[in-house]
Design a protein around this ligand. Structure first.
Ligand SMILES: Cc1cc2nc3c(=O)[nH]c(=O)nc-3n(C[C@H](O)[C@H](O)[C@H](O)COP(=O)(O)OP(=O)(O)OC[C@H]3O[C@@H](n4cnc5c(N)ncnc54)[C@H](O)[C@@H]3O)c2cc1C
Length: 245
């Protein structure tokens, strides 16, 4: 990002301090880099984790799901992909496990200072980097000077990852709007239903006074980018994204 100095990626070893199941297939991990010096990153960047496979290292990228806390700790949020090697290896780890990693990587970070309204759009574990970005923006405790929206699409209510945290932030910040939307809602769901794309159109059609940050699988990211550029007229520079596949 031009607005922030580049942090060169380096090699680290990281220890798993704590792991929490968020849903039957998704886990929240709290890591600490223990070798390689202080681990610095910007909210929204990712690390490359390495696990052994037939005696060789196998690496995959994972978004950091927390904001920097002034030490070498960071969170990840991982989905157990059916038939996937690294995600299953990591989701089977217990506290005190150690992995090699490299990072930070990527330019999916919020431009500072925040001078425009922000719209975050995520599906599934695409919420990971956005949780970090929001923590960075909201945790200062100062009132927001711009509107900040989170459109978060998942299938079922119990898969709204970090729901309590986002609801607490929405209660504490007048200008933070949390819009979870379910593609397979139960009969008693009173919130939004359908896909994030529809809510984007409903809430922002005709507006271009915001920056958008999108994260999730390719199909959603590509469709949202198309809507923002072709339908709303946003400039490329107003749209940042990270694709998971
Ligand atoms: C920049 C970046 C950041 C990422 N951050 C995260 C993150 O924070 N949390 C997270 O859970 N994942 C994240 N991913 C995806 C992650 O890197 C792996 O692709 C994923 O964990 C699958 O790896 P695997 O070794 O288990 O599967 P593989 O053994 O590589 O693949 C097995 C099969 O699963 C399919 N597959 C691969 N990835 C996915 C997926 N995400 N969803 C559904 N099917 C898939 C493959 O096409 C293949 O058919 C990120 C990817 C990128 C590029």
């Amino acid at each position: 990002m031009p607005t922030r100095p580049f942090i060169p990626p380096r090699d680290f070893r990281a220890v798993l301090r704590r792991v929490v199941s968020l849903t039957p297939s998704t886990k929240h991990f709290e890591w600490e880099a223990i070798e390689g010096g202080a681990f610095e990153f910007y909210a929204g960047q990712f690390v490359s984790l390495e696990v052994p496979r037939n005696g060789e290292p196998e690496a995959r990228p994972y978004s950091i799901a927390s904001a920097p806390r002034g030490d070498s700790r960071f969170d990840l949020c991982l989905n157990r992909v059916e038939g996937g090697y690294v995600s299953n290896y990591l989701c089977d780890l217990e506290a005190n496990a150690i992995v090699n990693m490299k990072g930070p990587h990527g330019s999916f970070v919020v431009s500072q200072p925040v001078e425009q309204n922000l719209v975050f759009i995520a599906t599934g574990t695409g919420i990971a980097p956005i949780r970090g970005m929001l923590a960075e923006i909201l945790a200062s405790g100062k009132p927001l000077s711009r509107d900040v929206w989170l459109l978060f699409g998942v299938r079922h209510p119990e898969t709204i990852l970090y729901r309590e945290e986002f609801e607490a932030w929405a209660a504490a910040h007048q200008r933070f709007y949390f819009v979870p939307t379910l593609s397979r809602p139960p009969a008693d769901w009173r919130g939004e239903t359908g896909y994030v794309q529809e809510h984007l159109r409903k809430l922002f059609a005709g507006r271009s006074d915001f920056r958008a940050y999108i994260c999730g699988l390719k199909a959603m990211v590509d469709e949202v980018r198309f809507i923002l550029k072709e339908e709303f007229g946003l400039d490329r520079k107003q749209i940042r994204f990270e694709k998971y596949d």
